[in-house]
Design a protein around this ligand. Sequence first.
Ligand code: UGA
Length: 432
Amino acid sequence: MKLCMIGTGYVGLVSGVCFSDVGNIVYCVDKDKKKIDSLNNGIVPIYEPGLEEILKRNRKAKRLFFTSDLNEAVKKSDIVFICVGTPTKKKSNSADLKHVFTVTKQLKKNISKYKIIITKSTVPVTTGDKIEQILRNLKKKKLIDVVSNPEFLREGEAIRDFIYPDRVVIGTDSNKANKILKSLYLPIIKKSSRYFKTSRRGAEMIKYASNAFLATKISYINELANLCEKIGVNIQDISIGMGLDQRIGDRFLRAGPAYGGSCFPKDTRALIDVADKYKTDLSIIKSVIKSNNQRKITLTKRIDKILNNRLKNKNITFLGVTFKPNTDDMREASSIPMINYLNKKGSKIRYYDPSGRKMEFDKLKNVKFYSSISSACIKSDLIIIHTEWNAFKLLDFKKLVKKKNFKVFDMRNIYSRDKMRDLKIDYTSIGR
Ligand code: UGA
């Protein structure tokens, strides 16, 4: 099939590359010409393991093309995926749909034979209705069906999530579109995943409901971790014990810093915004947002306490600053408010992240990037493991740090408390 992916962000690029790998011809479109130029030179703008290799393979096989010419790409395609960003609007909870609607308006002029228009971007319920309204003349002529097909990729695991999805959700009441999409997804859904067709609004809602639920699981375990610390119980045992109940499941029950990223914070806010418009109180999700904000404060206070409320001139090393491993994404990473606070209090921050230096900290005077774990740690009073990259899992802290009385705050519970005690390292972790 011939596909057009509009927007080469995470969703559009990964989906486009992977769709081409299963034999489709894919045109990836972006208005950012520089980005298109670098993609045409085989340079991938995001850090996603495995992506560059698959991209190069399919460009070589002439199945994958990058262009800024939206009109041409749409004309050549049978299915058009809208994959543009839907960030939170300034000073509001609502998702900003201006890119979605700009693209939709551009589609108006370029459709003269049947095409399926799909929203893959995360969009609030009823967005599909609005797109269909803009394209109503094409709909009347039966030249389009507007379908919702939300994406459930995780950054850092995106290729695997695309090839082995738990489910493919299709929201449409058109049998014609459904039949075509089933055959598009056939190479993927054969492998133990479920193809689930529902209404368009249903599919839009499933995406928000899923992200909000996962965010709830994390906030739930993070709050329980606070209690476990006080009553001397290990939160990891609680996660395992709870997770053995198949109704609960053990995934997304790892206690740690506040959740971040481009999705959970934005999507929980957008869901509240939709609920407000429909005068429905989603009190649980509101509490989750509040709890996650509080989490950033709680862990920052913990750092203060570990250093006996003396932050000034202390050398604090952050190992990992991204919101999770295997990504270079800093969006809503909890390291940002923490480092900003510590910097204001006069601490000297040294950080290392396998995905490199971060512009978020470039303007902060006493915050410096080091290009190795050892150079970041050598002068430390406190090492904070903020992101659980593999590179941080087997460290010999005593060899890394010069100072005698250094401390370690392991926000991801990577290390064994007993071993740290045996090594006489002043070690703090989460919920145990
Ligand atoms: C999330 C969802 O997991 C994907 O299914 C969804 O497609 C994506 O959002 C999206 O809407 O596009 P992602 O943001 O890449 O994916 O990251 P996650 O792996 O879900 O992690 C989000 C945050 O939760 C991270 O800060 C992570 O450290 C934290 N987390 C995750 C925990 O603190 N504990 C856990 O047990 C799991």
